[in-house]
Design a binder for this molecule. Sequence first.
Ligand SMILES: Nc1ncnc2c1ncn2[C@@H]1O[C@H](COP(=O)(O)OP(=O)(O)OP(=O)(O)O)[C@@H](O)[C@H]1O
Length: 717
Amino acid sequence: MPHLAFDIAFCAQLNKLQPTVRQGVFDTWEKFEQLTHDQLRKDKGLRLEALTGGKDRNSPIRTIRISQGVRGVVLAPEGGDTYVLLRVMTHDKAIAWALKQKASINTVTRAVEIRDMATLEQLAPAYERIAPSPERRLFAKFSDGDLAALGVDATTLRQARVLTDVEQLEVFAPHFPQDQREVLEYLAAGFTVEEVWRDVVSLHLADQAAVQPVDPADYDTAIRHTRTRIAVVTASDELRDILDKPFEAWRVFLHPSQHKVAYRPSYSGPAQVTGGPGTGKTVVALHRVRHLLRHLREGERVLLTTYTTALVAALRNGLAGLVEDEALRARVDIMTVDSFAARVLSTSRRPIHSQEETARWEAAAAATGCNGTPQFLAQEYKHVLLAQDLRTVEAYTAADRKGRGSALPASSRAAVWRTVHEFTEKLAADHLRTYLGTCSEAADRLRETGPRYRHVVVDEAQDLHPAQWRLLRAAAPERPDDLFIAGDPHQRIYDCKVSLKSVGVKVAGRSTRMRKNYRSTHEILSWSTALLHGRPFDDLADDSRHDTLLGYRSSLRGNGPEVHRADTSEAEMAALTARVRTWLANGVQPSDIGITARFKKNGDQAVEALRAAGIPAARLRGDTSPADAVNVGTMHAFKGLEYRYVAVIGVHEGALPYPRAITPPEVDSLQHETDLLAERCLLFVACTRARDGLYVSWTGEPSPFLLEAGVVAPTER
Ligand SMILES: Nc1ncnc2c1ncn2[C@@H]1O[C@H](COP(=O)(O)OP(=O)(O)OP(=O)(O)O)[C@@H](O)[C@H]1O
């Protein structure tokens, strides 16, 4: 019986297809399920046509009719059972595209690959003519044998050998066969042949009995080996799911590197996954939860935590898409760490907000006669007393204030201690609490009463404070698979800089870094990454080492970000409205657009301006993302979210960095640096929420972060 399978590149175009075309795809798939091979080939509606005018007469690439004027390009191997839908395009475009492609089977990974042969054959001679001598080219240090062992075939080898630098590879990359392209990108990023074999190629072979030599004509077997790029769908509701939830291709195509981490049978202790924005850390965490659920014993439960309530909702939806069994899902508690702390204590005390806290520190200092500023006292409480879990004045006096950039002689500490005591006593008397104080108390409570979960899975781990880590540590017993942690030090947007090592969570030997971005286009990513260029980032696990974005890349292509400078905030809003209107006119849904700013007031202005122009817009609230409206939120609230189109507004001098969020260097020089980096990361986080389009605007002078990154020229007006 024939089947129609789906290539990942087709799934990536799904959200841009009209509903009638999607329905056409569905009907086509049904036809494949119902007809015999012979009937399929003769079917007048499908019009499965070989290509005429192509160079390769035996090419298994053909086209079929999907709907009026729209054709699908399929891999239709002679004598095979499974056809693969590669792309859907208007009639002429489909024929033109199909004629340029060549299909082949990688003799090492055993997977099907498609390359744009026509473009590569055009590019290679042109680059060869301008290339320096062979020993100065990009892959000169790798032998033909090494490259062949990694699956690079003779044609790709010839073409790759003309390349001089990474920029040139970027030009060729979208046209290269997929597995070979990945190998070349890793080698170009500085990885060794052995590392590429271990971390990339061998993963494709994980569950294949690779004993027989590869038959270069056996596409049926090769399609089965291409599980990471080709989805074989056997049930109509499964296909409906894919067609209706185009953003969720990850549920179907887990990359081997993601699969390896998520489905490793067991880790002997805490495990960690890191990687830049959009590398699928959340996806991996969700799949890990699914794996853990499959092995959960009677009475055991899983805690899945993240940083904001909006992300709690996203995780809940994600897990619902992944684990169908409701009873099984009910064994996972999904909440922020702060909600977990409040639940452990069953407290009715109200958490205070930051202005209240400042006033209370002022009052406490006045009561004890301490001359520390509210900012100093709040930071001392947070970054020294709570961070180090200091319980007595003696412990505090003897404490090493490591990591603080201000001196505090032991003789002054008694006064600070008394003030902290006054502050916490008064809070308790008024039936109030701080979030971190609650976490600290909750950790104590759990240590007395015992852990509540068998496994704890932590997403967005980079901003957690030691008190929160103590709580999470106490939530599960120290056993294999106790903690699974996903985070990215490049996305630290709060003032904590904690390493897992310093909180006693040891992930050495159980840590994996993801490098491939699945969210943003290459253009958006390289623009955004420039914002962090040259800054050192402490490793999440161990702050004596640095984390890097080496090898971090995207295979998606698109337009570069657009920047806009306005003279007045009214003009900035008018330009934003025009930009959003154009996106909408191009068929983008309002809820696929996100607008974010450093301050709530800029967001409010945007909502007002859009609504006045008749465009539905709403602020993010708690755990609900407004449906049918442009989503507007602060940069902090946008952490972890994603949209097809993102406008980052109000990126001017005085807003980023925001002076009030930066500890003055004379108060604490190290905290000053941490705060400044957090502001820079905040802009990076905001920009990396975009999938297809990014728009950045400001009024007056641009943020110095944009100038330093070189993405905006000082004269750009
Ligand atoms: N294997 C995959 N195939 C296709 N899409 C994927 C894959 N893995 C992840 N994605 C998609 O990439 C996007 C980013 O994934 P995810 O949110 O897990 O990344 P992240 O590393 O947690 O990002 P951030 O750190 O920026 O919050 C999502 O849209 C997700 O569906």
